[in-house]
Write a protein that binds this ligand. Structure first.
Ligand code: 13P
Ligand code: SF4
Length: 318
């Protein structure tokens, strides 16, 4: 269970002071703060935009701010740097990575491509710029089915690096899909038995799940979608109770936007430690010192951008 911070008046005061300082610095630097839906509550609270990987990439691609402070993990800031070479992209905690993204390298991908000549590489955005550069098109959890469906028939698809998302997509398309064996440690640990228990405890509740969950967990879901898709589903569903199969940071906005609904966690350890690294202090330090600037070598950037641009041409459908 995540430790709850005790609420001391000095702590609250300090938090408010830090939030004011962040907003002041954002104005001074003509910066925009983008935060992923799994970030700490206080980071989400002061963000200009909170969103899923696709929404944040789209915002980064069209913002006219000079500086983008990315509160998320490294591949997300890197995607912003790929799309916006004329802007300064800051990642407040350099060590905030994604273990799934580290489960594939450009060299290993090249080797696999040699084993499957003619395969089209669809690359989940949870990957490095180098891997994107060696892929044909990117996808996120919000558009993976549309991206894979857009690939012309007659080519096998090499789907990297998330086998769970790839397997989910394979069930919704006719395409031949070869899976890389990567996975998200946070979602992979959610067991179907935990979901069944939660369903037994809350028989009226619907279960929504992120496609990074394992196939046996997804088989129990009433709705499968990206993190931002969950906000939309929570608002449109008739259900008054929902069991949430993704990282617990999402609960902040779900509860705030739906005060009349109840959200349950099937398992209280659904936590991505990397997503929780960034604090308000880090954001202040980042903006004061303009660190850590995320850049991508130009040759890699152009190739990776081609894969991201192809994805961004496909209209969003939650
Ligand atoms: P979303 O794009 O759905 O927000 O997912 C990103 C992610 O890292 C999920 O673990
Ligand atoms: Fe990566 Fe999983 Fe964390 Fe998402 S939740 S950033 S996939 S480790």
């Amino acid at each position: 269970m995540q430790q709850q911070r005790e609420s001391y008046p000095e702590y609250e005061e300090d938090q408010e002071r830090l939030k004011r300082r962040v907003r002041e610095l954002l104005r001074e630097r003509r910066a925009i703060l983008l935060a992923h839906n799994y970030q700490r509550d206080e980071i989400q609270e002061i963000a200009d935009i909170t969103g899923d990987s696709l929404g944040l990439s789209q915002t980064a691609a069209k913002t006219d701010a000079q500086v983008i402070v990315f509160c998320g993990v490294h591949f997300m800031a890197e995607s912003a740097a790929i799309l916006c070479p004329d802007k300064t992209v800051l990642l407040p905690r350099l060590e905030a990575g994604c273990p799934m993204a580290d489960m594939i390298t450009a060299e290993a991908l090249e080797e696999k491509k040699r084993e499957h000549p003619g395969a089209i590489v669809v690359c989940y955005v949870n990957s490095s710029a180098a891997v994107k550069a060696h892929s044909d098109i990117c996808c996120t959890s919000a558009n993976a089915i549309q991206v894979v469906s857009s690939v012309p028939n007659g080519h096998p698809i090499l789907f990297v690096p998330d086998m769970n998302l790839g397997n989910y997509v394979a069930q919704h398309t006719e395409k031949e899909i070869l899976l890389w064996k990567g996975f998200c440690p946070t979602h992979h640990r959610l067991k179907a038995e935990k979901v069944r228990e939660a369903k037994r405890e809350h028989p009226q509740a619907e279960f929504m799940a992120h496609p990074e969950c394992t196939p046996d967990v997804l088989a129990l879901a009433d709705h499968i979608c990206s993190t931002s898709g969950m906000y939309k589903y929570a608002q449109t569903s008739q259900a008054r109770e929902l069991i949430v199969g993704t990282e617990r940071g999402i609960l902040y906005r779900l509860r705030k936007e739906n005060p009349d609904k109840v959200f349950y966690e099937p398992w209280e350890d659904m936590l991505c430690p990397n997503m929780k690294l960034t604090t308000l202090e880090d954001v202040v330090y980042s903006l004061e010192n303009m660190v850590h600037v995320i850049t991508v070598p130009e040759e890699t950037r152009l190739l990776a951008k081609r894969s991201l641009d192809r994805m961004l041409e496909i209209p969003r459908d939650y």
